[in-house]
Design a protein around this ligand. Structure first.
Ligand SMILES: Nc1ncnc2c1ncn2[C@@H]1O[C@H](COP(=O)(O)OP(=O)(O)OP(=O)(O)O)[C@@H](O)[C@H]1O
Length: 213
């Protein structure tokens, strides 16, 4: 299983589709538009923060169970970033540090591989799409999900800025599988065919190195 990671609007969903088409495998998408908790969370993060994490945890584990048998199936979002987001919310006073700690430990516990269980939960490869803060803001605006817009809630500027800053440290520390970073500013694989070909080449090379293809 290949798992995508990266900040809001990084291009994970588009890359997921591209990779699954290229590798003739199955894509699994995070349900965002039918997530009824997400708009509530953006409106009142203190009230709905913990519920949102429970919702995501449940959905992501379900997707991992569906995808984990094929090494080239692609998941558009990793479970490992959720503690990063929840910790940020706790640091901003929208959740307690105890809630964030319990959540992080629950994710670790859920993802622990057990020798007697043949089905592995951790990915074969994690790909992180890294984008600058400006690109992140541009993409969020362009996509236009109303509850994500800074024009409607200026406090989101700080949230997005801290999130973007925390991602590089998160990626450096990530050690649950082999990993690959893609520069989403340099390679606009959604709009530029050459960039798309280059990114697919990079991923192919990594998959070959890992003997996945
Ligand atoms: N653990 C979490 N805690 C809080 N919010 C989260 C969490 N996971 C996802 N979200 C929110 O869900 C929405 C979707 O985020 P995500 O980055 O997973 O997808 P995306 O923005 O559609 O990504 P891309 O454009 O790269 O495909 C965002 O508004 C994000 O803030």
């Amino acid at each position: 299983m290949i798992v995508l990671s990266g900040t809001i609007g990084a291009g994970k969903t588009s890359l997921t589709q591209m990779l699954a088409d290229h590798l003739h495998s199955q894509a699994f998408y995070e349900s965002v538009d039918d997530n009824e908790i997400l708009p509530l969370f953006y409106k009142d993060p203190k009230k709905y923060g913990f519920l949102l994490q429970m919702y995501f945890l449940n959905k992501r584990l379900e997707e991992i169970k569906n995808a984990s048998s094929n090494p080239t199936d692609v998941l558009d979002r990793s479970i490992f970033e959720d503690p990063l987001l929840f910790k940020l919310n706790a640091d901003l006073g929208r959740a307690t540090s105890t809630e964030a700690e319990i959540h992080e430990s629950l994710v670790q516990n859920m993802m622990e591989e057990l020798p007697e269980v043949p089905q592995k939960k951790n990915p074969d490869l994690l790909i992180c799409v890294q984008v600058s803060f400006d690109t992140m803001l541009e993409r969020i605006k362009k996509r236009g999900r109303s509850y994500e817009q800074i024009d409607e809630d200026p406090s989101l500027y700080e949230y997005y800025l801290s999130l973007n800053q925390r991602y590089s440290e998160w990626f450096d520390k990530y050690d649950k599988s082999p990993k690959l970073a893609i520069d989403g500013d340099k390679y606009n694989f959604v709009e530029d065919q050459d960039a798309q070909a280059h990114v697919l080449k990079m991923v192919d090379a990594k998959l070959k190195e890992l003997s996945i293809i």
